[in-house]
Design a protein around this ligand. Sequence first.
Ligand SMILES: Nc1ncnc2c1ncn2[C@@H]1O[C@H](COP(=O)(O)OP(=O)(O)O)[C@@H](O)[C@H]1O
Ligand SMILES: [Mg+2]
Length: 552
Amino acid sequence: MTPPSPKTAEELLEAVLSWPPARALGVTRDTIAKKVEERGSESVGADLTALYQQMRASVLDPYLNCYVPQHWLDARRLLDENDRVLISGGNRSGKSMFSAWWVMHLLAEKPDSRVAVFSMTSASSVRDQQPALWQFMPQEYKNLKRSQVENIRFTQKNGFTDNTFILPNGSQLYALNYAQQSDILEGAELDAIWFDELVPHHWVETGEYRLTTRRASRKTGRMLISATPITGWTPTVNEFVAGAKILETRPAPLLNGAMSVPGCSPGEMPYIADCLKPRSKVIWFHTAMNPWQDPEEFERTLSGESTINIRIRAYGYCEKSTGNWFPKFSKSHVIDPKDIPQEGTNYMCVDPAGSRNWACLWVRVDKAGRMYIYREWPDKETYGEWAIPSDKVEGEMGPAQKPEGRGIGEYKEMFLELEAGEEMEERLIDPRAGGTPAATKEGGQTLIDLMGDEPNEMWFVPAPGLTIEQGIGQINDALNYNVDEPVSIVNEPRLFISSKCGNLIDCMQHISSAAGDKNKFKDFTDVLRYIITHEPSHVDENTYAAVGGGSY
Ligand SMILES: Nc1ncnc2c1ncn2[C@@H]1O[C@H](COP(=O)(O)OP(=O)(O)O)[C@@H](O)[C@H]1O
Ligand SMILES: [Mg+2]
């Protein structure tokens, strides 16, 4: 639809003011009147004509000429630089329109792309998602010749024919929904997936597999999730937001300075964060950033809402409500292996079990008492995930847990091999498992006894048998520092984790009290508890001298 051309100066002004982005560009009746006073009507008229041309172009071909707000540019940059982006946005903040714009650009610019987009149901796909894509269809494809038109056929009533279209460059889009069976993606190699609104976690997992091939071969493989967290904290939100390090914040006037959130100054809300998972980011679209949304109208719909709801609906932000064991844990605690001190006192700790692999961690304590978890076994890179987030909050068992039938002798050999001569000050073991008589042919011997046998005698001591709450408290103390102040010697955590310990990181991010002992993320956090409650310290000659009561 072509807008009618304005004939008078007043009509021109009216037309420009009716274009929502004008407000974002600072154009209002008042600012224009002021400019006319300063510069005369002729020069202002030229500005208005230019704006009118911009508006006209954006309506005629939104694909090429849509007005692009700053938060869209930021989200696009994040999608260029990362494999996964969660847009956690307020209601009507432009999540879906941005995503449709981004998807259409990928399809049109990269020949032979394959992109799947997901909506809640087939009805919402036809009602919301497909029209948004159609709006950003390049103009030249909206009026194709008869021979080509079969490939791109759209009606308001039914969306795209067969819920798909193919561009002349060979790129294809599939419009799907969460009610479908997850095997519909079987075998697909995709350049991108856009999950709109509340995506069940199993789709995220399935999608990830479909993106890996092209991530390597075509430098694509992007996962874009756009949602308002109206149902609160879900496994999908957790995967992105738990432990993420806030990189940028923006003013949040609708909250009137109420309660700041961790990592933000009062009056601000998170904007961009770096996730614990590599190559993953979160961007929070604030509704006020959408120039097509009337701010006063939106403010009215929020009147009387609680702070919690305003955070969700205007800023896309929700907080984990209960059961978060390590609220202080974030990307700031995860460090590059090369930043772990070479010098220090080493300890290791195991949590044995017969029904799964043992979980083991190694820690180095430096002179200042800082603790660095520098190794895990089974490590994520070699053995895969210890546990996997799923639709169930307690997660599912991952490949690294699967017992491989190692005997005690084999465990000991493996430890020595991994340690390659590192000196261990002490070896710790789960106090219950270590002290109970092992069910072996050796009869009443405990696991600790058996580990001490030849060959490769290894002396384990039982870790302190403190309660889970005490252990968690001590870990949080070690993680604690003031996130709102710069990190310095007087304000830094005492516990750091090597980025090579991917399974420990996963466990700390996903553990909660859900399902109690059956929680699949529990084991590595147990090992960490044993280590921290043991209070491992740096040991040098002076320490020995003091303990031994000898002279210095
Ligand atoms: N590029 C655009 N062109 C025209 N209207 C837009 C554009 N982006 C957003 N809007 C308007 O803003 C509204 C909210 O955007 P939408 O992407 O649907 O928000 P969300 O998905 O975050 O709820 C849309 O219904 C539309 O009217
Ligand atoms: Mg939407």
